[in-house]
Design a protein. Structure first.
Length: 334
C-alpha cells in the first residue's frame, strides 16, 4: 500500500487494513514496470517490480520521500535492472545492479539520501578463478577475487620436511594429467586426441584401458596428428611381438608404413605406451600391452621418421567401430 495520510477518527476498511499489514510485513501489491522508471512520491511504501528483457534503470531523485520512507525494488525480468542515483544519494555495501530474481529495499534517511539493502546475491557472480591451482578469497562479502598459487599444468614438488606418505603421486612421478577420454562405438576412422602434445613436455605416457573393436581381430592403429591433420606419410618404422600363452612368439613390422599397427587383434587391449623425442619432432612410440581376450602379451616399438611439431594422435581400427578409455599424461622435463 502506498504511503497514506490518515485523519483522526477515520475508519479503515478491511482492504486497507490488509494492505497495510502486507506492507508492514514487506509485501503488498507490486507496481509492474517494463521500461526504465523514475521513482515518484506515490511509490513510498510500495513494491516496484521491473520486468524487462533488456537492461533498465530505476532512478532515485530528491524531495520526493521523507526520512523513514522505504521502497522495495524487485527484478523479475531477464535484463539487469540498476538502481541509479539521480539527484539523490544512494549508498550500498552490495550491488545496485540486480540480475533476474534479485531485489532489495531502499530506505530513506533524509529527503535526499537513502540506503539500498540488497538481497544476498545467489546468481550472476563471475567466477574469478582462471587458472588451474587458483584459490579464492574476498575482501568483502560481495567481491570475490582470484588468489593465484600455481599455473596450468604445473608439477608440484615436495618441500623438505613433508613426510613421504603426504607426497602426491604426481609430484613423485613427474606426471601431469592432460586428458582422459572414454569412447564407445566410434567408427573405425577413429577418435582424435588433438592438443594433447605441446612444447611443455618432450615425453608422454598413454594408458589404454579396455580398448576394443567390434570385430575382435581388427588391427589397433595409432597415427600422429599435427594442426588437425593425420600424419599418413610412409615414414612409420616399427616392430612388434606378441606372445600367446600356449605358443611361440610372433613377430611383425614395417619400415615404410603409413601408420603404427600395434598388433593384429584388438579383442580387449590394455597397457601403457610411451612417447619420447617429441622435442626433436621425430617421435618414438613404444610400450607393453596385454590382450586378455586372446591371452596375448605384446611388445611394441616404433619411430616416425617425419619432422613435424605433432600436437595429437588418432586411435582407430582396420575395419570396425572402436571403444575404450585412453588417458594422456605429460612427463616433466626435469
Amino acid at each position: 500500500m502506498a504511503k497514506q495520510t490518515f485523519t483522526t477518527g477515520q475508519v479503515l476498511t478491511a482492504a486497507q487494513m490488509t494492505s497495510l499489514q502486507q506492507t508492514a510485513m514487506g509485501g503488498g501489491a507490486a507496481t509492474a514496470k517494463t521500461a526504465s522508471y523514475v521513482l515518484t512520491a506515490a511509490d513510498a511504501g510500495t513494491v516496484v517490480q521491473m520486468n524487462a528483457a533488456g537492461a533498465t534503470t530505476i532512478t532515485v531523485n530528491t524531495a520526493l520521500f521523507a526520512a523513514g520512507d522505504s521502497v522495495q525494488i524487485q527484478n523479475i525480468g531477464a535484463g539487469v535492472c540498476t538502481v541509479t542515483a539521480g539527484t539523490a544519494t544512494v549508498t550500498t555495501a552490495g550491488s545496485l545492479a540486480l540480475s533476474q530474481w534479485e531485489g532489495g529495499n531502499l530506505y530513506f534517511t533524509s529527503t535526499s539520501a537513502c540506503i539500498f539493502f540488497d538481497i544476498v546475491q545467489t546468481s550472476g557472480m563471475t567466477n574469478p578463478m582462471t587458472t588451474t591451482g587458483d584459490t579464492i578469497y574476498s575482501s568483502s562479502g560481495s567481491t570475490p577475487a582470484r588468489l593465484g598459487i600455481g599455473s596450468t599444468g604445473q608439477v608440484l614438488t615436495v618441500a623438505a620436511g613433508i613426510p613421504s606418505w603426504a607426497t602426491p603421486a604426481v609430484a613423485s612421478s613427474g606426471l601431469t594429467f592432460i586428458q582422459r577420454s572414454t569412447f564407445s562405438g566410434v567408427a573405425n576412422t577413429g577418435t582424435t586426441f588433438d592438443g594433447v602434445f605441446s612444447t611443455t613436455y618432450d615425453s608422454y605416457v598413454i594408458v589404454l584401458e579396455n580398448c576394443t573393436a567390434a570385430t575382435g581381430t581388427d588391427d589397433p592403429i595409432f597415427q600422429f596428428r599435427y594442426s588437425g591433420t593425420t600424419e599418413a606419410s610412409s615414414n612409420y618404422f616399427y616392430s612388434r611381438s606378441y606372445q600367446p600363452w600356449n605358443a611361440s612368439p610372433t613377430y611383425a613390422g614395417s619400415n615404410s608404413d603409413t601408420k603404427f599397427v600395434l598388433e593384429h587383434e584388438m579383442g580387449n587391449l590394455n597397457g601403457t605406451l610411451f612417447i619420447n623425442n617429441m622435442g626433436n619432432q621425430r617421435p618414438n612410440l613404444y610400450g607393453n600391452m596385454v590382450n586378455y581376450l586372446y591371452q596375448y602379451f605384446l611388445t611394441f616399438g616404433g619411430n616416425l621418421y617425419q619432422t613435424r611439431a605433432y600436437t595429437g594422435f588418432l586411435w582407430s581400427s582396420s575395419s570396425s567401430n572402436v571403444s575404450g578409455t585412453i588417458t594422456v599424461y605429460g612427463m616433466a622435463k626435469s
